[in-house]
Design a protein around this ligand. Structure first.
Ligand code: FE2
Ligand code: FE2
Length: 168
């Protein structure tokens, strides 16, 4: 089902479609993160990504919870945007040799992932509220808060990396 498929008629349909999009994206992130963790050198970065992998497994569960609360089948639809972000990250990483430069590339890729998730959860929360499902919005907010925290943590690691590089 494409984004502009005529199967989407109501705000409710659109909400469920977007939920299936983020469901797919979260599952792809669970698969992609171990490779990024393996390639990362900075221990803080490795640890941060490991922690976020565990959080991401929780995100999948929370999205499943929202499907259930909303009475919709937990089904994933392809999210070409997330596939593209992950593909670009892997391609870029394969071209970088220097470990510190590779860490910078991994941070940038991880932040692109977080920003995608942040925009999706922001929209999903707004639509859940519009549909009178503040209960669903509250569950989605738990994911959103963890995505924002992960993004901020990555910014901190990136800044520290720049400072360390300047001091060398
Ligand atoms: Fe997530
Ligand atoms: Fe995330």
């Amino acid at each position: 089902m494409g984004l502009f498929s005529r199967d989407i008629k109501t705000m409710d349909d659109l909400f469920v479609h977007m939920l299936r999009d983020i469901y797919y994206a979260e599952k792809q992130i669970v698969k992609a993160l171990p490779k990024m963790i393996e390639k990362a050198t900075n221990p803080q970065l490795k640890q941060g990504l490991e922690m976020h992998l565990r959080e991401t497994e929780g995100h999948v569960k929370r999205v499943e919870q929202v499907f259930e609360m909303h009475g919709a089948e937990a089904k994933a639809v392809d999210c070409p945007a997330m596939d593209g972000i992950i593909k670009e990250a892997n391609e870029l990483a394969s071209e970088v040799d220097d470990k510190q430069v590779l860490d910078a590339a991994i941070i940038a890729a991880a932040q692109a992932v977080e920003h995608y998730e942040i925009t999706r959860y922001g929209t999903l929360m707004a639509w859940a509220n519009e549909l009178g499902r503040s209960d669903c919005a509250a569950v989605l907010k738990e994911n959103l808060d963890e995505e924002k925290a992960a993004d901020e943590k990555l910014t901190g690691i990136a800044e520290e990396r720049v400072n360390m590089a300047a001091a060398e």
